[in-house]
Design a protein around this ligand. Structure first.
Ligand code: NAP
Length: 292
């Protein structure tokens, strides 16, 4: 049996249409949702991420304030810039593309962003609000995973969800969201300290791979009929590909023969992350309107 493909591209397009309609309502009230997008340096992967975000913002009727800084930008200068954007009423969200050059503290930079403009949900206050279930933003990739589970009516309540990876941007927040009372999953989190990974993954009704290790999840590690969400985006060398590499996930493609539902890479979680970012920018602009 072949798994049903969870089409993140199609769902993200639907979400982007809805966001566009929200932008139009805001525009009618004289507000253009605006995200400041800061890129320090010229890392090609970061540049390509930033370009896709800016394109998506424009297509959703939003403005992006594109800020490109040289790799040797001083930390103080970046912090000053963020302070200015925090005070700028025309800017509703601030995104600093990571990773930053080594001489700049990511922790300091993230903490400098005003939580009400922290559409990535990386600021400690945003993370705390999310953990406590208070008003704030949901982090984009975890929110995208949850939206996919909702769209395909995957039963989450009472399920055993196994998350492979404990990063601050994917694994930890996902595990935290899945145990919310309204989602009600029982969650196991695995990492490099986990002995016998398969022992846990085989127990998963919902298996979420966010390890950044190409093909680490093999068919014999997955329960028949499980829902498998592949967050991984890995570049692997491929001489037959035009660019000399191809993108693959953390899940071996043969898992599709065993899973009930599966996300493809590309076209699964990736486009959902951008769609959720747009939702957060719309939300940030709407909240400003509510407060005024
Ligand atoms: P990360 O910060 O490198 O974290 C990876 C996590 O996976 C760590 O907790 C690590 O454990 C764990 N891990 C690594 N190898 C493992 C193994 N063999 N067995 C068990 N656990 C293992 O990565 P991330 O930022 O969370 O990203 C994960 C993947 O998702 C990457 O491929 C990234 O490119 C992708 N990603 C995709 C999107 C999207 O929009 N699609 C967004 C964000 C990230 P330790 O903590 O013990 O080191």
């Amino acid at each position: 049996m072949s798994a049903i493909i969870m089409d993140g591209k199609a769902l993200s397009e639907k979400i982007r249409e809805k966001v566009k309609a929200r932008s139009a309502v805001l525009a009618g009230r004289g507000i253009t949702p605006c995200l400041a997008v800061i890129l320090v340096g010229e890392d090609p992967a970061s540049l390509s991420y930033v370009n896709s975000k800016e394109k998506a913002l424009a297509a959703a009727g939003m403005e992006s304030r594109d800020i490109r800084l040289p790799a040797d930008t001083a930390e103080d200068a970046l912090l000053l810039l963020i302070g200015g954007l925090n005070r700028d009423e025309k800017v509703h969200g601030i995104l600093v593309q990571l990773p930053l050059p080594k001489h700049i503290s990511e922790e300091k930079v993230i903490s400098a962003i005003a939580p009400e403009k922290d559409v990535d949900c990386f600021h400690p206050v945003s993370v705390g609000n999310m953990m406590l279930g208070r008003q704030g933003f949901l982090p984009c990739t975890p929110a995208g995973v949850l939206a996919l589970l909702r769209e395909y009516n995957i039963p989450v309540s009472g399920s055993h969800a196994v998350v492979v990876g404990r990063s601050n941007i994917v694994g930890k927040p996902l595990a935290n969201l899945l145990i919310r009372r309204e989602l009600n999953a029982t969650v196991t989190v695995c990492h490099t300290g986990t002995k016998d990974l398969a022992r846990y993954t085989l127990e998963a009704d919902i298996l979420i791979a966010a390890a950044g290790m190409p093909g680490v999840i093999k068919p014999d590690m997955v329960k028949e009929g499980a829902t498998v969400i592949d967050v991984g985006v890995n570049r692997v060398e491929d001489a037959s590909a035009k660019k000399g590499y191809r993108i693959c996930g953390d899940v071996d493609i043969a898992v599709a023969e065993k899973a009930g539902y599966i996300t493809p890479v590309p076209g699964g979680v990736g486009p959902m992350t951008i769609a959720m970012l747009l939702e957060n920018v719309a939300l940030a602009a709407e909240r400003v309107k509510e407060r005024s």
